[in-house]
Design a protein around this ligand. Sequence first.
Ligand code: FMN
Length: 217
Amino acid sequence: MELSEGLRTRHSVRAFLDRPVEAETLRRIIGAACRAPSAGNMQPWELYAVRGQTMERLRSVVRATFESGGSAPQSPGLAKPAPEVYSERRRGLYREADPYLQRAGRSGEFIPEGSYRFFGAPAAVLVYVHEDLLPLRLVCCGAFMTQLTLAAHAEGLGTCAIGFVRTADRQMREVLSVPEEFSFVVALAVGYPDPQSPVNEFRSSRVPVDEVCRFFD
Ligand SMILES: Cc1cc2nc3c(=O)[nH]c(=O)nc-3n(C[C@H](O)[C@H](O)[C@H](O)COP(=O)(O)O)c2cc1C
């Protein structure tokens, strides 16, 4: 796949086939994503790649936390409510997704609820960063995350970044024995996209480039 095509066609996948991701495949896409740039080449991403029984255990503890109404610890950048311009874009996502969710017999609740089951994905990659590197090195973890989504896409795999599972931060670290000094950044659900699901037909829009970029000559 051409890089430009990959950039144009990648999208979040929220319905997966019941088909495992081979350990070698997962290792290969993580290796490709680790080619991401990072400040001082520190490669600060601390990764947990999960499949099989551990994936089911993870899903079960996250789901149980969601069902018991567990509350999320404060996220980096979410200490205050987002300014209206960004909140409105977020509402736009739910508005745009709604017709596709309805066709799949779902409502807007599908996004949080599905997130807590990793949308049924057979694998996930959890990204952590050492707390002493916060907040600046989050940007390097973001670069890793982006490359992972593209490397997976190039292999016919789908991904969805999942921040909602932060609610189950403590429970996830217990399953994976994550050291206290690592701070959760994001999880990525990984699997083969279900081509039959209307949920996967949804493509989110973007605001015009001139709305987010000030060009100077
Ligand atoms: C840091 C981060 C966290 C996200 N968390 C979630 C999540 O918890 N659940 C979800 O369904 N999508 C999540 N997403 C996916 C975004 O909703 C998605 O990337 C955005 O709407 C743009 O759509 P696209 O990825 O299909 O282009 C997250 C994305 C990022 C970058």
